[in-house]
Ligand binder design. Sequence first.
Ligand code: ADP
Ligand code: MG
Length: 254
Amino acid sequence: MNESTAGPGRSSSQSATADEVRDGERPAAVRTEDLWKVFEHDDIRVEAVRGVTFRIDSGEFVVLAGPSGSGKTTLLNLIGGLTRPTDGQVWVDGREIGSLPDRDLAEIRLERVGFVFQAYNLLPVLTALENAEFTLLLRGVPAAERRSRVEKLFERIGIAGLEDRLPGKLSGGQQQRVAVARAVVGRPALVLADEPTANLDTATSASLIDLMAELNRELGTTFVFATHDPLLMERARRNVRLVDGSIVADERRD
Ligand code: ADP
Ligand code: MG
């Protein structure tokens, strides 16, 4: 199915500027303004994200919740620069990314954003270490430093000694820890995780959520999840609820 290039027929907002930070406010890790994503194919048109305006502060641990098909993945992919908006704007770390040239967008993804996926998405022919160090490799970090950073991180997240295993020789929980290591090893400002616990049993999910909450606290990394896992929703300090591509509730707790 092709992504539509035509807008939803409204003029885009002129009001937003990238760096509005009011006194005493933390900088926005993510901000969107009237964000739309429309998929069109032949005579079928799906408005997956419908005019979403919100912000996520730096250091938040936030869940995008909602039923299947509500637009969670699409919104996450817009925030991560994996999908282009049909209309509206999205800022990551103060930069509007929706209209950036591909090369600049790829650089932002590499430098600023880490991704965790439901199916782990490790490369099966690479070892755990090689998978985890991948973004450092792309950034030109020397091999010895890559290994030492990954080894420290593996120690920290409870998978020390598994560096040379192939993903096929790891459990699901271990693979997802490697995927989390890959996402955070480059110290991105933002980690986006799409249904990261959906393939894990309850105990394994709980310990993975603990791990991500600790990394959030220790490193100050912003975590944004798309999920309908109650365990993860309970642990988030903020739940943004989507229905049919729109935000219908936004609840914070301390
Ligand atoms: P969720 O992650 O909440 O399940 P998605 O963001 O995957 O929701 O999907 C939202 C809506 O957009 C659904 O109706 C889905 O079928 C549709 N959609 C998502 N991606 C595409 C695509 N590439 N082409 C066409 N429709 C899509
Ligand atoms: Mg999804």
